[in-house]
Ligand binder design. Sequence first.
Ligand code: ATP
Length: 487
Amino acid sequence: MANETNIFAALIAHCKEYGYIFQSSEIYDGLAAVYDYGQNGAQLKKNIRDEWWKSMTQLNDNIVGIDAAIFMHPTTWKASGHVDNFSDPMIDNKDSNKRYRVDHLIEGFAEEQKAMGNEQLANDTITAMDALLAANDYAGLKKLIEDNKIKCALSKTCNWTEVREFNLMFSTQIGSVAEESETIYLRPETAQGIFVNFLNVQKTGRMKIPFGIAQTGKAFRNEIVARQFIFRMREFEQMEMQFFVRPGSQMQWYEYWKTERKKWLESMGLPAGKLRYHNHVKLAHYADAALDIEFEFPFGWKELEGIHSRTDFDLKQHQEHSKKKIQYFDNDIDESTGKAYGNYTPFVVETSVGLDRLFLTIMSLAYVEEKWTKEDGTEDSRVVLKIPTKIAPTKLAILPLLKKDGLPEIAKELMDECKQSFHCFYEEKDAIGKRYRRMDAIGTPFCVTIDHQTKEDSTVTIRYRDTMTQERVKMSEVKGLVLGKIG
Ligand code: ATP
């Protein structure tokens, strides 16, 4: 049993042991900050992605989904500002050669101070850092680090280089021979695939403003300081939606999506008390308002989703670089002038959530270690993943009590009946108690046991993961019962 301090390490080990997440290319000692999803992880990830996709494209009749390519024309990233601006200020420790993102280094120091009771110093340091970052004052940031004697975790020294910028985009070559090849980038965000397709979608879908385009897909960032498991990865997946609105109405939509997105996160089982808004002090070059929805991870409050009012920056940039007119003709009447709104470049409100980060929030809430005293006075315990039923990778385990007497045949009949509707798992090995524990550990909400009584009266025992209670139900009712809970 893990205590509070190593519960996160226990969760990581659990993810590996039960087929949720493996280190990428582990047999070669792994690749830092890159992970593979196993048989249970891939299904949970898909279920989360499907929920998001449904909530965006099915439940909103003015949002459609696309799937743009990862490779894009290199000018895309010039236009978006990523070639020139997508970088983080970094600092290296001269003794250990370890590189830090300046904001992470200072935030780490502030957290330590807070833990030691120096709340005031922690807050002052963060305020000073925000101001220096906003002013791009790198000398000031270095001085802040030195004045507070912030040390490298490895060398324990305060021997720092200057603060420098590093671009986070990965590049590669396209073309058959090296000389003819052109440098292209692996997209660092999915949003640009939406912007360059604005006219295609608007025209072919006859979309009327306000409307949204949603997309899920891989994004790549050469994160220098990659840490905290799947919280910060070099290859990850985003779920983004760009909402195109009339200029001047963006703040109203920004408020709308801020509320909607928090509500949706709560509908995925995230408690309201573990979510909060954090307004950006330093705005990105394209934004006129921005906030993060933060979640209280096992390692503290961190960004889970970003809501950004991106103005008309992206569409205007693509218009300028492509020399193609990217505008919308709005024939609705503007009541203040009595005339149609006419041609304009729409403004954009973006919602952007990391699928892997959301996966991590769900797993960190689901992972529970339970201990109790049984009626005979002995201690018992279990590790259970209390994943919300609607997204649990396997919904129902079908377990014949014995591997004989016709019980497996009955179990397989039930399996055939249910597997068209939801994911089932069949297992006949080991004692029933052991099988229940394994199902708890992978988060299967329902187990059904087929025993000798089933042969007599067609009833089975259904066991509920969260309460461990059991009841006898008719076998013919199992499918409907599970479907009812999924819905
Ligand atoms: P951070 O400040 O944590 O680096 P960001 O502000 O750069 O994040 P955005 O560019 O707004 O992040 O990306 C939107 C979302 O994509 C984030 O809220 C996060 O959930 C996810 N995301 C961004 N970078 C990563 C990463 N390296 N690994 C996993 N998810 C990420």
